[in-house]
Ligand binder design. Structure first.
Ligand code: ZN
Length: 250
């Protein structure tokens, strides 16, 4: 293989097979996210687009150790269905698809699989299943380590030092800054103050660059820990509002 491609779907079967035979791509990241309303100013693809950007940059920095499997583009977003355009998967089938993607990559020899998530609504359903999934892999494929993290949780301490209004927030300072840095065409700046608190107005591309950098750096560090045999415990990060059905923020 001559290219430095890190996306599974861009490789031929020969390129992937020979890379595996040469000991490359021992770890896999799978991006998950959402396609859902992000207030009036941010395009609906934000959660999956940002998760893919983090995942691909992590894989590039760790090349050729890490492959990025196909993302699960839309997620569990029933709480946003009141806004037309949101796509929402039912938790059962969505979790099933994610598990199947993980298992496929494990069967192809990836001993460490990290799901890099960009949508808060996916967290509680996955954490509800993760222990059972880990036990399955321990029984069927000893030494395999499967983990799940939202990229902002691995870098929360660092991001909160930069972010004035809470990490991640929904289409607020954190997410809007990341969009301004990575894909500014997704931000309608003339609509950023269309809500009462106008929190997106505190977003800047410079902050977005810092949020992205710490998210990538911390994810690389975590994945390197997995590949060294560590980071095997489940560390759920659930925000209290995610357990409150009345609150519609993530
Ligand atoms: Zn979002």
């Amino acid at each position: 293989m001559t290219s430095n491609e890190v996306r599974l779907g861009k490789l031929t079967r020969r390129e992937f097979r020979e890379a595996r035979q040469a000991g490359r791509f021992q770890a896999c990241v799978i991006p998950t996210g959402a396609v859902e309303q992000h207030l009036e100013h941010l395009a609906m693809e934000h959660d999956i687009r940002s998760a893919c950007c983090v995942a691909e940059e992590v894989a590039r920095r760790m090349f050729p150790q890490v492959i990025v499997a196909e993302p699960l583009n839309f997620g569990i977003s029933e709480h946003h269905m009141v806004h037309p355009g949101t796509l929402s998967a039912k938790p059962g089938p969505w979790l099933s698809s994610l598990f199947d993607a993980i298992e496929s990559m494990v069967r192809h020899g990836c001993g460490n699989v990290l799901v890099v998530n960009g949508h808060g609504g996916n967290e509680a359903p996955v954490y509800g299943m993760l222990r059972q999934w880990q036990l399955f892999f321990q029984n069927q494929h000893p030494n395999v380590n499967v983990q799940f993290h939202s990229y902002w949780n691995l870098s929360r301490v660092e991001a909160e030092e930069i972010c004035d209004t809470g990490v991640p927030g929904h289409a607020q300072e954190y997410e809007t800054s990341i969009a301004l840095h990575l894909f500014p065409e997704n931000v309608r700046s003339d609509a950023m103050n269309d809500q009462e608190d106008a929190l997106p107005l505190t977003a800047t591309a410079e902050k977005g660059e810092q949020f992205f950098e710490v998210a990538v750096a911390k994810t690389v560090e975590y994945l390197e820990g997995m590949m060294a045999g560590g980071n095997r415990e489940i560390r759920p990060h659930l925000m209290s509002h995610q357990l409150d059905p009345k609150v519609d923020r993530d």
